[in-house]
Design a protein around this ligand. Structure first.
Ligand code: F3S
Length: 406
């Protein structure tokens, strides 16, 4: 693989051992993926933040890196942590967990990664442009920026996204190249989604039914807001690691079906009707009534927070349940200015930043069953809790009906 003189120097350790290791990781990934060279990036999203999922080994590794005084060369933002960094006590998180979590976030900050702690960096200050090459980890963000924004990123894990941020380079391969962005499978939607959770169910079904490197092209869906596509992207990334999809007439590389397939005919197709969507709701269901209604996977946009505020106006959350909304600090600040946070809190619900129902220690906090409008959260919640906290997929309207009364 071609390396510039500057890359060679970093690789030889002239800028210190940490950058040499980070560059070695980029070069190794490039060689494995058949890249011709490394290319510069200006943005990164770094996952592997929650103490629940990363634990002491990550903390020790990060604290070791800091000693070399290296900082990210890109605009780098952090994925959600295991708690609201300011209001963790109100969530019921233990001081022992909080101490470790705060140390992890502080260490990332010293490495030049902003502790924004959101999986929707593209909604609050770290939004790539069309065709911009970036180094993102976090499967839902990878799928969203590739598909809905038409930016270009490969599937990075937390450590290689951090390495890419430190050296400001990624290997030119995979989804960064035109030829790997063309559709491989036609998905015919033979039903009309009636709620945002129907989009999530569609993404979940498609992810389960395809191969990891498939690029699904959805046809037959005439509308779909960015919020709905966000839920779909997260769901197909969770059930099938889908990193890129196109939606004819809606996403930027699919003005027509022919464009989405790069002028070729699709080699296979999949029909999704209401029957398949209902099978997803049956699979992602819970036998128990929820003790937590959790909305915001991926983190809510301003319009979603506003919608929830209006739906909860004049209602009261049952005192046997919690109703939590998760969003980014940037969206929270804007929602607060518009009065949405106050409206939500006056119903007895709450809005937390920096975290979500999947990466927070919800089991230790004492929850046993959740309702959510996110297929990703319904899929991961039982898998990320030792006693398998149950999770059911429902529309936002049903979640509000379950959690709040007039
Ligand atoms: Fe984001 Fe947590 Fe869902 S990180 S995509 S809200 S699992």
């Amino acid at each position: 693989m071609y390396l510039s003189q500057k890359d060679e120097k970093v690789l030889k350790g002239e800028d210190g051992p940490v950058l040499a290791k980070a560059m070695r990781l980029m070069v190794t990934l490039g060689e494995l993926g058949g890249a011709e060279k490394l290319v510069p990036i200006k943005r990164s999203q770094v996952a592997g933040v929650s103490y629940k999922t990363s634990g002491d080994p990550t903390l020790e590794l990060l604290e070791g890196l800091v000693k070399d005084k290296v900082v990210a060369k890109t605009k780098a933002t952090l994925n959600p942590a295991g708690m609201d960094l300011e209001r963790w006590m109100e969530m019921g998180v233990s001081p022992a967990f909080a101490e470790k979590q705060l140390r992890i976030c502080k260490t990332y900050e010293r490495l030049g990664v902003l502790p924004s702690c959101t999986c929707t960096p593209y909604l609050s200050g770290n939004k790539p442009c069309f065709r911009e090459i970036v180094g993102f980890s976090e499967s839902s963000a990878i799928s969203y920026v590739n598909s809905v924004l038409g930016a270009r990123t490969n599937r990075h894990g937390g450590l290689d996204a951090l390495s890419a941020a430190l050296v400001g380079r990624v290997p030119l391969m995979g989804y960064l190249l035109d030829e790997n962005r063309r559709g491989t499978l036609l998905v015919k939607a033979g039903f009309k989604p009636e709620s945002e959770s129907d989009y999530a169910a569609l993404g979940y079904y498609v992810g389960k039914s395809t191969k990891t490197d498939d690029v699904p092209v959805y046809s037959g869906l005439r509308k779909g807001s960015h919020d709905e596509l966000k839920l779909l992207a997260a769901a197909s990334a969770a059930s099938g690691s889908i990193a890129l999809f196109h939606m004819v007439g809606l996403t930027p590389e699919a003005k027509t079906e022919a464009e989405a397939f790069g002028g070729k005919r699709p080699s296979s197709s999949l029909e999704v009707t209401m029957k398949e969507i209902q099978s997803v709701y049956r699979e992602l269901s819970s036998d128990e009534k929820p003790d937590l209604i959790a909305i915001g996977c991926p983190h809510c946009s301003l319009s979603e927070v506003g919608r929830i505020a209006k739906m909860l106006a004049g209602k009261r959350i049952s005192n046997r349940k919690k109703f939590w909304v998760f969003t980014s600090p940037g969206v929270f600040a804007e929602a607060e200015k518009r009065g949405y946070i106050g409206m939500i809190q006056s119903s007895g619900a709450d809005v937390f930043k920096h975290t979500c129902m999947v990466v927070a220690p919800i089991e230790e906090i004492g929850f046993h069953s959740i309702y959510t409008n996110s297929a990703k959260a319904a899929f991961y919640t039982p898998r990320m809790t030792k006693s398998k906290c149950q999770a059911g997929l429902h529309s936002l309207k049903e979640c509000v009906r379950e959690g709040a009364s007039d």
